[in-house]
Ligand binder design. Structure first.
Ligand code: GRF
Length: 224
């Protein structure tokens, strides 16, 4: 009998290209996780069509319909919680989900809630990071998959991918180069998590088991 795959809920707000990478990975029966539900807080988000095309159940929970303030947020998160529980989700992936989750929600999913961010954290947290990286003149950029903590973009790091920043880069070209790596990194991190190969150690950092990389990215590259 095939082993049960870990059920994953994915939260989105937009086009869902990272969701697509997860759907594509999970299309293989050998992948140790399956996408059980996709939830968007934005009605009509492009990612919803990607989920439907893959035969994955979708839900739209428009945060605005729950009202403003603390009560609105609590109502929205209660609806998220019951949808995720209803789908049997064991881990939750944020994939371009543009709402900040409350400390209470984050605590409930501690060690089971992960996010992808388009920088090499802890550098360049927040929004508009591609322009910020170009302004700062960094020569290597990248993306990070991390556990979500109450503080934004600050939880324990599971995995990272690095790309060079080129002299002619615009925020758009850099974003595209990073995004291609996001699509490789996110499924790999979910795989490690599902296999129990990414666990938060006593010091609060993630220890990775399994295969490790070799080689380094240098920019400028060594000349011969
Ligand atoms: C990605 O760049 C991701 O790192 C960030 O939001 C973007 C979402 O893109 N958190 P997509 O919706 O997955 O295409």
């Amino acid at each position: 009998m095939a082993m049960a795959r870990l059920k994953v809920g994915v939260l989105i707000s937009g086009r869902g290209s990272n969701l697509q990478a997860l759907l594509d990975a999970a299309a293989s029966p050998a992948f140790p996780a399956e996408i059980a539900l996709v939830i968007s807080n934005v009605p009509g988000a492009g990612g919803l069509d990607r989920a439907r095309a893959a035969g994955v159940p979708v839900a739209t929970l428009d945060h605005r319909s729950f009202g403003k303030g603390v009560d609105g947020k609590a109502g929205f998160e209660a609806a998220l919680q019951s949808a995720l529980e209803g789908a049997g989700a064991r881990i939750v992936c944020l994939a371009g989900f543009m709402r900040l989750l409350s400390p209470a929600f984050v605590a409930r999913w501690q060690g089971r809630l992960i996010n992808i961010h388009p920088s090499l954290l802890p550098a360049f947290k927040g929004l508009d990071v591609h322009a910020a990286m170009i302004r700062a003149g960094v020569k290597i950029a990248g993306c990070t998959v991390h556990f979500v903590s109450a503080e934004m973009d600050a939880g324990p790091i599971i995995g990272q991918a690095a790309v060079p920043v080129l002299p002619e880069d615009t925020p758009e070209t850099l974003a595209a180069r990073i995004l291609a790596e996001e699509h490789r990194l996110y499924p790999e991190c979910v795989r490690r998590l599902a296999l129990g190969q990414a666990s938060i150690g006593a010091g609060g950092a993630v220890t990775l088991a399994g295969s490790a990389p070799s080689g380094a990215l240098l920019n400028p590259p060594p000349s011969r």
